[in-house]
Design a protein around this ligand. Structure first.
Ligand code: LLP
Length: 421
């Protein structure tokens, strides 16, 4: 459920007409709903009620400070994967003790930054990383709290580019080697083993892969405890999928996922962390765009939008489906037409949808891409020197620009011309 609904014949974001935002901000823009963000965060929180837990929002999904602050105020911790994300989390007021640091390629500089600024734990992904972290921590006179990310070799049954839990993926250490690697970690004086980490992929639409992975983690917890490690925390990653279409998909609900967690690892008495990103913010955001031209082609009509692949890369990159709806509510029984919906970028890959049935649209009409809150704005680029799309946050009847559209001068002036030119 989200808060982008038709009312009085037009699309609203909570209590604000989307067209009104467009008139003030210009298109394209991303628009987020506070109520939807809040609701989705709470669904996880409620799903884990009765278990000591921290929901570390995977801020890679959408990392605007206003979104982070909204979630932090609800009690979220953060999962960060770079020094930049760490800095953003801190800037949004999140305490270091509520930030977990994931990622296969943390640099020493990033490690130092997090150790100095405070960190809940590093989710270590390899032995060389362990060695580096040990050295950095010792050089600062500190001990770095760690979990080791294990790769359980489970098929997440999702798009190949976002599956991470198979042995062929670059993530984590093979679970079969975990005892050996934990023994190495325990021997390093700059590291403090606090738990185990696992994350098997994103946009999972079944619970079974999670079950297989978490059962393996439960067995490993017992084995590591028997080896003398104080495993007190389990970071179970993110990955629960969302419905991108309104009809044919019904991914498991957070409450079912929470129950699965309790069933598989609940008996271990560990503090539970999860790292959801997409489910928290995906359906809390839309991308609003205007139809620039309606172009008749051979056997098809092109709807040319002012949003492009640089603004929302998911269709081009993962063949992802996004529902695209008119901002003006179509009349019941309105005429439908099949469109290829494309952006202005000079590549054929700049296609959002092919032969998509839509209510007939005209130049100047507004459309909204639904489910664009996660991996939308954060993956945008300035390809074709198109300014990064602004972001707007709605809260009931108010809205605010939470990231302004840069001017051409701002973009161009980031470049410098060497003196010899
Ligand atoms: N934790 C770790 C270690 C991750 O790598 C990820 C996502 C998450 C948590 C959050 O997963 P979520 O709950 O959002 O599924 N750009 C792609 C998705 C990439 C996901 C990468 N890792 C897309 O647009 O579909």
């Amino acid at each position: 459920m989200d808060h982008f609904l038709y009312r009085n014949g037009e699309l609203y974001a909570e209590d604000v007409p989307v067209a009104e935002i467009a008139a003030q901000v210009g298109t394209p823009f991303y628009c987020y709903s506070t109520a939807t963000l809040t609701r989705h965060f709470r669904l996880f929180d409620e799903a884990l009620a009765g278990t000591e837990h921290l929901i570390c929002y995977a801020m890679k999904a959408a990392s605007n400070l206003a979104i982070l602050k909204t979630l932090a105020e609800l009690g979220a911790g953060m999962d960060v994967v770079s020094g930049g994300e760490y800095a953003r989390a801190k800037a949004a007021g999140v305490l270091g003790e509520r930030i977990v640091f994931s990622g296969v390629g943390k640099t020493r500089q990033e490690m130092r930054m997090a150790l100095e600024g405070g960190i809940r734990q590093f989710n270590v992904e390899s032995e060389p990383e362990m060695v580096a972290l040990n050295e950095v921590a010792l050089s600062l006179g500190l001990r770095a709290p760690i979990t080791v990310r294990v790769n359980p070799d489970v098929d997440a049954k999702t798009h190949a580019k976002i599956a991470t839990g198979k042995s062929e993926n670059k993530f984590g250490i093979p679970i079969a080697r975990a005892r050996e690697v934990y023994a190495e970690a325990a021997a390093m004086p700059g590291l403090e083993v606090v738990g185990i980490d696992v994350h098997i992929g994103s946009q999972l639409t079944e619970l079974e892969p999670f079950r297989l992975a978490y059962e393996k983690v439960a067995d490993l917890t017992e084995a590591l405890r028997a080896d003398g490690h104080d495993i007190r925390r389990l970071d179970l990653g993110g990955g629960l999928g969302i419905p991108y279409t309104r009809s044919n998909e019904a991914p498991p609900l957070p409450v079912e996922y929470g129950q699965l967690i309790k069933d598989t690892v609940g008996h271990l008495g560990c503090e539970i962390e999860i790292e959801p990103g997409r489910l928290v913010v995906g359906n809390a955001g839309i991308l609003v765009s205007e139809v620039i031209y309606l172009k008749a082609g051979e056997g098809r009509d092109f709807l040319i939008l002012d949003a492009a692949m640089n603004d929302l890369i998911r269709p081009a990159m993962y063949d992802a489906y996004h529902d695209i709806i008119p901002v003006r509510e179509p009349q019941p029984g309105a005429e439908q037409a099949a469109y290829d919906i494309v952006g202005p970028v000079c590549e054929s890959g700049d296609t959002f949808a092919k032969a998509r049935m839509m209510p007939a649209l005209a130049q100047g009409d507004l459309v909204a891409f639904r489910s664009a809150g996660a991996y939308g704005a954060v993956m945008a680029s300035e390809y074709n020197t198109r300014p990064l799309v602004p972001e707007v946050l709605v809260h009931e009847h108010q809205f605010a620009v939470i990231r302004a559209r840069p001017t051409f001068d701002e973009i161009i002036n980031r470049d410098t011309i060497p003196e010899w030119l």
